[in-house]
Design a protein around this ligand. Structure first.
Ligand code: 3PY
Ligand code: ZN
Length: 650
């Protein structure tokens, strides 16, 4: 056959382009761009054909070989009539109040709502907790318009922040900002919510104040409505010193809602636990309320909040602050969260977090179907219809199957979380890593050391990034075979993980009750110690200079939002840019082709832009080229044969 690959056409076309051909023949320019784009895509698919997926954490092939079917949704206004037409998104929803009347009016309306509202975490925390945060934008976007109808009475859709920001660039080769913009377009009516780690932004360390301010401002500009802000130590200086105050400022300017979180640890119903008591939480709530927050969140990141504790805690806050909207978040690791959410609702919570059934339970949130059905019977209805939940669930059960290659294999509830207090996402992650080592007892050992490491850190609140500190500490103990006593005895000589040293230096802020001594001094030795808010003394980011540097390195396409990504994750951003340079925008590839090794003869339909679909068929994978670890891979693209040369990494 005759090969007419773009490789042979490109030099010729470029020669033409240098002669002002672009102005005269824009079609030709477009053709070059699109051929170039297709060739890059083939380079990626060719790599997959030769080497298989290189996405970290992927075990085997995607679990679904067929296209995901979008089910039929009932038309809410006419359930007996023709099905829902979701070609345009729904316009009715809670976001209209934010846009038309501002965050304060929104908070008031939420508080006045006679039932209970839900936040759906399916698009963020659920997949962070179950599927290593690997959910791609395309699989959210494909159900987004239907969701705008089905969940039009939801308080919000959590879709951004937490680990999604870096995972998007690091493993999925996607722009996190583009995800936000795309979902905003598809869902104009339901507030979009993000989880933000206070002074740590969406990263694992403290950033200068102006970086956090810039981040929150950009988030609102790109479509975000609600920030759930927390500090991993409940350290009020971090909270008030950075995003919260600035967030409120940005909110006033741009219309964002500030939801401040109390991270929940221990058990307020257990009188034997004396560090994180009801009084401790009420005092912290007072401090947050004094900052002028719009909404209060109880963030139970590990799933420790039992029904009785929910009743005590939410009941006490409700009594003290009758007008304050309360939003409760939990995880189902122990299997108790459905009961706890119902108890929270009965005690006066306004909003509770759920995930669609097939993405719920275990280390994720409690199931939407069960909770909405149960609340319906108690006069605290959520306004979400059972039929819509079922339809959404048909879609998400296929997605769960598709991403089966990222399952950590958590199969059952685990009430030992009440002892070790690992956050949901971290639990799956550490369990997965322990299982990789192939030792049945390894996981039990990690959990045991996690408890000891937490003790040595002074029984800290554990949520990103402090949970990472405790997790790194525990894994280091396991891999070195250290007991708690070994560490305490030999702390002056031991080489601790850098996250642990930095925590003890004070780079994340001040823990409740201070750092344990003499361990702190023994670990940090003569390194600097920060005894106040870390951000105070950090050199502000020079955004203009950074943008100019990035543009000279990567080109004119670098935007202000890219600069923000770089500020949060310099190395990850650079690697992401290099990847995109090589392979182009891969966000358009359906997930089963993005993750799966294509079969010979397999036909892939990839829509690269509106109205332009590439039909790609893998024809052959050639032998290793003599003397080089290289293979030619042959494709047919819309009837034309093309080849790419791929490094064989095996
Ligand atoms: C995150 O920070 O990513 C979390 O989900 C904390 O619970
Ligand atoms: Zn969570």
């Amino acid at each position: 056959f005759r090969i007419r690959g773009v490789k042979t056409n490109i030099p010729f076309l470029f020669r033409l382009l240098t002669h002002d051909f672009i102005d005269d023949t824009p079609e030709l320019f477009k053709l070059v761009q699109s051929q170039n784009r297709a060739q890059k895509l083939l380079a990626y698919l060719g790599d997959l054909a030769v080497n298989g997926s290189s996405i970290k954490g992927q075990q085997g092939e995607p679990g679904l070989k067929d296209d995901i079917v979008v089910p039929v949704f009932q038309n809410r206004d006419d359930p007996e009539g023709p099905p829902l037409d979701a070609s345009l998104p729904c316009e009715k929803g809670w976001r209209n109040i934010i846009v038309e009347q501002g965050p304060e009016a929104f908070a008031r309306a939420v508080r006045e709502y006679p039932g209970v509202l839900i936040m759906d975490t399916t698009w963020r925390d659920a997949h962070q907790s179950l599927l290593a945060t690997r959910l791609r934008t395309i699989d959210i976007a494909n159900i987004a318009k239907e969701t705008s109808y089905a969940l039009s009475n939801a308080f919000s859709l959590e879709c951004w922040g937490g680990a999604t920001f870096d995972v998007a660039m690091r493993f999925l080769y996607e722009d996190p900002w583009e995800r936000l913009r795309a979902l905003r377009k598809l869902v104009p009516n339901i507030p979009l919510q993000a989880l933000v780690r206070g002074a740590n932004g969406v990263g694992y360390t403290s950033y200068p104040d102006n970086a956090i301010y810039d981040f929150s401002k950009k988030a609102v500009e790109n479509g975000l409505d609600i920030f759930r802000v927390f500090d991993s130590l409940n350290y009020i200086e971090n909270v008030s010193g950075t995003l919260l105050k600035l967030g409120i400022d940005a909110a006033k300017k741009a219309g964002g809602v500030v939801e401040a979180a109390v991270c929940y640890s221990g058990d307020v119903a257990n009188p034997k636990l004396t560090k994180y008591t009801l009084q401790y939480y009420l005092d912290f709530v007072d401090q947050l309320v004094a900052e002028g927050i719009h909404i209060l969140s109880i963030k139970d990141m590990a799933g420790l909040l039992k029904p009785e504790a929910a009743k005590i805690l939410i009941g006490a806050i409700r009594e003290k602050y009758p007008d304050l909207p309360i939003h409760v978040h939990s995880h189902d690791t122990a299997g108790i969260s459905t009961a706890s959410m119902l108890a929270a609702a009965a005690a006066g919570a306004d909003v509770i977090d759920v995930a669609i059934d097939s993405m719920s339970g275990l280390t994720s949130q409690p199931p939407m179907g069960a909770i909405c059905s149960a609340l319906e019977q108690t006069g605290m209805g959520t306004g979400i219809r059972y039929a819509d939940i079922q339809a959404l669930n048909v879609y998400w059960s296929q997605v769960r199957m598709l991403y089966g290659c990222f399952e950590a294999n958590v199969r059952a509830s685990d009430s030992s979380v009440f002892d070790h207090e690992m956050p949901g996402g971290q639990y799956t992650n550490l369990m997965f890593q322990a299982a990789q080592l192939g030792l049945g007892t390894q996981w039990t050992e990690v959990k045991k050391k996690y408890i000891e490491a937490n003790d040595m850190c002074g029984n800290v609140i554990k949520v990103t990034p402090t949970s990472k500190v405790v997790g790194d500490f525990a894994q280091w103990m396991v891999s070195n075979g250290f007991s708690k006593q070994d560490v305490l005895d030999r702390a002056e000589q031991l080489d601790f993980p850098s996250s642990v040293v930095e925590f003890f230096q004070g780079y994340l802020g001040q823990p409740v009750g201070g750092f344990p001594e003499p361990l702190r001094t023994k670990i940090i030795r003569d390194k600097p110690r920060i005894d106040g808010r870390p951000g105070t003394n950090m050199v502000p980011v020079d955004f203009k200079k950074t943008k100019a540097e990035l543009r000279s390195k990567f080109g004119k396409h670098i935007t202000d939002a890219d600069v923000t990504s770089y500020v949060m994750y310099p190395k990850v951003f650079e690697e992401y840019q290099n990847f995109v340079e090589k392979y182009g925008d891969l966000s358009v590839i359906p997930t089963r082709y993005f993750l799966g090794r294509p079969d010979i003869g397999e036909e892939m339909h990839i829509s690269i832009e509106k109205g332009k679909t590439l039909i790609i068929r893998l024809m052959a994978v050639g032998p290793v080229v003599e003397g080089r670890a290289q293979r030619d891979v042959w494709f047919e693209v819309n009837g034309e044969v093309r080849a790419v040369s791929v490094e064989d990494k095996n």
